[in-house]
Design a protein around this ligand. Sequence first.
Ligand SMILES: Cc1cc2nc3c(=O)[nH]c(=O)nc-3n(C[C@H](O)[C@H](O)[C@H](O)COP(=O)(O)O)c2cc1C
Length: 186
Amino acid sequence: MHPAPEPRAGLHPLLAARFSPSRFDPSGTVDDPTLNLLLEAARWAPSAGNSQPWGFFTARPGEPEHARVVPHLAPSAARWAVDAGLLVVALTRRHVDGSGLRYSEFADYDLGQAVAHMTVQAQAMGLSAHQFRAFDLEGITKELDPAPGWAVVSMVALGRAADAPPAGRERRALAELLAAPWAPAE
Ligand SMILES: Cc1cc2nc3c(=O)[nH]c(=O)nc-3n(C[C@H](O)[C@H](O)[C@H](O)COP(=O)(O)O)c2cc1C
């Protein structure tokens, strides 16, 4: 791992400035037009065969949906996620026929792209996103009860960041991205 305190010059400012906040400003509410634009960004993501295997459950503070999601957050995420203007539960459709027979190889990959688009759209609107897995997967799946074939994968907290990017964020060197798949196991 090589410290990379600054993204290199030329990286798009939306990507260079993005980080996952550890604190959200509770007064940073997400209104309906903003929510719809975040979903719109996900909607226009590419996907294998244009299968669009993503689905979302959204919850804003004060909405009944929020009260359904929050109890399933792990303490490590609850600390900051409850203050976010929007919580999104991200689901993917791994089994296209619902019976578990037809497995969709790219479902999780495609969902990740849709969420990435959502995070960049958030950044463009002055919001920040923190994706996380720190929640009770079994509990939230039971609570939301998705249709057969669908699986909860991750969550995203979106809102107005209340902190700055932490010092010492690290990234692997560019050369390592090209070499790592062939390097001997550590
Ligand atoms: C699929 C996924 C799961 C993650 N799970 C957690 C998590 O459970 N808790 C957490 O604090 N951050 C989580 N993160 C955020 C990462 O830790 C973070 O993106 C990474 O450290 C890089 O930091 P940055 O986003 O600020 O660049 C997750 C991110 C992704 C994409």
